[in-house]
Design a protein around this ligand. Sequence first.
Ligand code: SME
Length: 165
Amino acid sequence: MNRKMNVNKSEIYERCFKEITRKIEGLDINDKMNMICEILKEKIPYYFWIGFYFPKSGFLELGPSRGPPACVRIATTGVCGKAAKERRPVIVPDVKAFPGHIVCDPRSKSEIALPVFDSKGDIIAILDVDSEELGSFDETDQKWLEKILHCAFSDHERNSAIFDE
Ligand code: SME
């Protein structure tokens, strides 16, 4: 368990999940993403940065986020790119040990990235979360973030105004 984390992760995520489902009802994709970032960044003590990256042709572009300024365009060679290419969550306990990791802020030490799927199973975005401590993310984070993303976006379809692929 993380130094800043003296309460049960699942309890915090459960509260966040309830708040998110209540507050995103009827919102569009961007507003939902903003609300998810807002609530999770505010409520989860080890979240240093959270944001969504949209897949473009050959790179990823920053969407809604909270935390210190991050890279606006990133290559698909890092953690987010791996989550997109392999269509699965990627947990990185130590970013220095991940070949290809893209440094946006040197304070980030561990990371989780998850694909966001739409109703057809296409990838809408990648959700990326960074922590200032090593080993912050585990299967509990993955399970709850997948649940939040599924609840928020699985009834949407990719919007061609946002995506240029
Ligand atoms: N570390 C990510 C880049 C995004 S930032 O962490 C905000 C990566 O390797 O894809």
